[in-house]
Structures are given as structure tokens and as C-alpha cells.
Design a protein around this ligand. Structure first.
Ligand SMILES: Cc1ncc(COP(=O)(O)O)c(C=O)c1O
Length: 294
């Protein structure tokens, strides 16, 4: 049997009515940028992440890059990131002019190994970016302790982990600021590119919003050298239609993953380890197998 890696149709068909209604609403209103849909989704997603602020942006890379920029991270700074991640984590760092410093993963969870972080810290280190990879939260307690000890920012990369928890707390609510991707294949996916930055800090929130809107704090008043990276109304409306279903979809992902984890008994296959204090959302389920050498 051929199983496709990602198949959007069953997911979108299930929410066909809601998605069409979202399209109609925006189309009839004919207001496409910075409007009611954006406002409503940002409020709902901030609540979902248990943070005070959410700023919709163009994609996950911008969500991280604008977060770093808002923290004042730039030339000559270093940011610690996991070596096992998607390229966007590193690109967000290099786009603001800083240097990514790679730390190896814990081979059981595939996430950054907290015990290797301290040795990567230098006088130039400004932040640690934990990436909650494949839908499983990083071991956040030791990471938060290190950040506190060395006075470093925490910028969470939550692109693959919408709704994952660590000790009952949702990813995105641990650090100073966090970035999410709503690329169509993500646990919460738009019907195009989209992303969001979340934070509890009003100053960071205001700055991310301005930076993503041509550096403007109000119309035609430009206080920073910004970008154009805004969540458009159509994508915000689609995301609002999908968000109420996310918890249920994450539970279903766990049910399917739990079956693989319980029933694969092959000693050649190393399964991901899930600590008791984690609830993963399995963006993808990664196994390690020995490569056959020919
Ligand atoms: C870990 C991680 N960070 C960041 C991103 C960037 O998100 P986007 O593709 O929306 O820019 C991705 C996307 O795949 C990702 O997997």
C-alpha cells in the first residue's frame, strides 16, 4: 500500500464548509490586509499559546527573524541553535547579521541537548533558540536555568509543535518570544504561507508588529527599517476556521503515533523517546534505522 507523506485533501475536505465560509466572508468584505480576521485570529492564537500577544506575519522564518530583530540581536552577536533543525532556524539568525552556534541533539529525543549548551556560550552569546522539533517540546527547565544564569534571551522555534506541552505548559509560552509557522503541512496550516510571533512582552510585540509593517508604528510614520511581512486576511480567516479543531487533530496524531510506538518491536529501529512530562503533537514521527552499507 502506498501512503503519501502529506495529503491535504482529507484535512481540507473535513473543514470544507468552514473554509468556504471564511473565503466568502473575506471576499464579501473585500478587506485583505490588517483587518478584523487578523485581529480575531491573533486573539485566539495568543489564548491557545497562553501568551498575551500574537502578531500575525508572513511565514515562520519571518516570525523568528523579526523576533530576533525586536530583541536587538544583530551584527557580532551569537545565537545558540540546535544542529538538528530545519534551515529556517539558522537563516533567521544570519538574516539579522548574527552568527548561529550549533549544539548537538540528545539522540533519544532529537532535540537540543541542554547539557551541551553551556560550553557553547561565549561573551557574544545573546540568545538560545530551542526548536521543539517533530512536535515534541525541548527539555525546557535546564534551558531556562542556563538562560537565567547567563542572562540570555530565549526565542522558541515552535514551527513544528503547535500545542505541544512540557510539564503542562504550552510551547511558545516559555521564552521571551516565540515563532510559529502555518505552512500548509504544519499541525495548524494555512492555505498558503503564514506565521506568527507570540510573546508576553508588549514592547517586543509592538516592535515585531512595526518591523513586519515597513517599520511603521502608525500609517506613514516609519520608525524602523522594517520588512513587509503581514498575515493577510484570507489566511487569518482560514486559520481561525482550523484552530478550533487543532486539539482534536493533535489527539488523533498521538493516537496514531502511539500505535506505531507500541507495536514496532524491531531492534534495528530506534523509536523517539517521550519523557513522562511531555505531551507531543507529532508533526512528524521520526525513527532512526541503521544504514545498510553496501
Ligand atoms: C523548525 C522550523 N523552523 C522554522 C520554519 C520556517 O517556517 P516557514 O516555512 O513558514 O517560513 C520551519 C518550516 O518548515 C521549521 O520546520
Amino acid at each position: 500500500m502506498k501512503v503519501s507523506f502529506v495529503s491535504f485533501l482529507p484535512m481540507e475536505h473535513e473543514l470544507d464548509k468552514e473554509l468556504r465560509a471564511a473565503f466568502e466572508r473575506v471576499y464579501k468584505r473585500s478587506w485583505y490586509i490588517e483587518g478584523l480576521e487578523d485581529e480575531a485570529f491573533e486573539k485566539a492564537f495568543a489564548e491557545f499559546c497562553d501568551t498575551k500577544y500574537c502578531i500575525g506575519v508572513g511565514n515562520g522564518l519571518d516570525a523568528l527573524m523579526l523576533a530576533l530583530k525586536a530583541l536587538g540581536i544583530g551584527d557580532d552577536d551569537e545565537v545558540i541553535i540546535p544542529s538538528n533543525t530545519y534551515i529556517a532556524t539558522a537563516l533567521a539568525v544570519t538574516y539579522v547579521g548574527a552568527k548561529p552556534v550549533f549544539v548537538e541533539p540528545n539522540l533519544k529525543t532529537f532535540n537540543i541537548n541542554p547539557s551541551l549548551i553551556e560550553q557553547a556560550i561565549t561573551a557574544k552569546t545573546k540568545a538560545i533558540m530551542p526548536v521543539h522539533l517533530y512536535g515534541q517540546a525541548c527539555d525546557m527547565d535546564p534551558i531556562m536555568e542556563i538562560a537565567k544564569k547567563y542572562n540570555l534571551y530565549i526565542v522558541e522555534d515552535c514551527a513544528q509543535a503547535h500545542g505541544a506541552t512540557y510539564k503542562g505548559k504550552t510551547v511558545g509560552s516559555f521564552g521571551d518570544v516565540a515563532g510559529f509557522s502555518f505552512y500548509p503541512g504544519k499541525n495548524l496550516g494555512a492555505l498558503g504561507d503564514a506565521g506568527a510571533t507570540v510573546t508576553n512582552n508588549k514592547e517586543i510585540a509592538d516592535m515585531v508588529r512595526a518591523l513586519g509593517n515597513y517599520g511603521s508604528d502608525y500609517k506613514y510614520h516609519h520608525i524602523y527599517q522594517g520588512n513587509n511581512s503581514r498575515l493577510d486576511e484570507m489566511q487569518a480567516a482560514f486559520l481561525s476556521a482550523k484552530l478550533p479543531h487543532l486539539d482534536r487533530i493533535n489527539i488523533e496524531r498521538r493516537r496514531i503515533a502511539d500505535r506505531y510506538l507500541a507495536e514496532i518491536k524491531n531492534p534495528e529501529v530506534i523509536l523517539p523517546y517521550v519523557a513522562d512530562n511531555m505531551v507531543p503533537v507529532w508533526h512528524i514521527l521520526v525513527f532512526v534505522v541503521k544504514e545498510e552499507m553496501s
